[in-house]
Design a protein around this ligand. Sequence first.
Ligand code: GLV
Ligand code: MG
Length: 331
Amino acid sequence: MTGSSGASGPSGGTVNRLRPRRSCLAVPGSNPRFLEKAQGLPADQVFLDLEDACAPLAKEGARHTIVEALNEGDWGGKTRVVRVNDWTTHWTYRDVITVVEGAGQNLDCVMLPKVQDAQQVHALDLLLTQIEKTVGLQVGRIGIEAQLENARGLVNVDEIAAASPRLEALIFGPADFMASINMKTLVVGEQPPGYPADAYHYILMRILMAARAHDLQAIDGPYLQIRNVDGYREVARRAAALGFDGKWVLHPGQVEASNEIFSPSQEDYDHAELILDAYEYFTSEAGGRKGSAMIGDEMIDEASRKMALVVAGKGRAAGLTRTSEFEAPEA
Ligand code: GLV
Ligand code: MG
C-alpha cells in the first residue's frame, strides 16, 4: 500500500487517503438484506452499488436505501463507498446529490465507473465540492475511486490518475474491460483460450504504474465464479504479486482469501521489520554509520529499506505483530 497519507483537502483539512482496501465488498444498493449482512463481514471496504448490480427500475429507490444504510448502519470502521452510475447515463448527478446530501457525513468515497478521461473525474470533483459547501461538509474530504473499464480509459489512465486530489484508488473492471476490447473469454478474470501468456498483464501493469506514479492505490476488480474460491485465490495472487493493494469480493467466501492474499505473510513481515531495525542500527553512530548492513548473508541498503517499508506498512495495517526482534551485534 502506498499513497500520500495526508493529502490536503481544498479547505485545508487533512484527509487520510490511505485507507485499507485488501477486500472491497460489492453490495447491491437495492437489497436491504445484503446491506445488513455486509456490515458484519470482515471486509476492509464496502461499496454500495447503484450501477450494474442495481436494475434500472430499482436505482431511484436504491439511492434512498443506501442513504439509510449509511446513516443507520454499523459499518464498524470499514471504508464506506458508493458506486454511482457513469457519466454517459442520465443517473449520475442524481445519484451523487441524493447520496452525498443525505449521507455525506457517513461516506468515505464515491466510486466512478467506466471513467474515460480526466474531465469525468473533474465533473465529479466539482459536483462534490458544491454539495459539500451547500450542506456544510468539509470540502475535499470525500474521496474518489476511478474504475478503468475500457480501452479509452486505459489509454488516458495517467491523466485520470492526476485529475483530482480526491482520487484514492484506480480499479480494474475486468468484466466491462473484456467486453470493451473483444477479449475472447466469457469467464471474467480467467485467461482466454489459445493465448500462451497472461492476457491481463499489460492492463494490470498499466493501471499499477499510473497509480504508483500518482500515489494512489491499485485495486483488482471482481471474479465472478463466486463458489470457486481456488480460482479466486489464483487470480488474486496474480494481482497481489504485481503489487496491487486489494481486490473486489462479491461473496462472503472471498473475503478471507482476499485479506490473506493482500497481507504480507508473518515471515515476510518479520523480515521487513528486521531489515528496518538493522538498517537503522548500522547507519547510526552506535552501528558505525555504515551505508549498508548485513543480516546473515543478505546485504541491506537504502533500496532494501524502501522495499521493507512497504511490506512492514502493509503488515502493520493488517494488524500483524512481530514475532522476532533485532539484536545488535556485540560491540
Ligand atoms: C466491474 O465493474 C467490472 O466490469 O469488472
Ligand atoms: Mg463494470
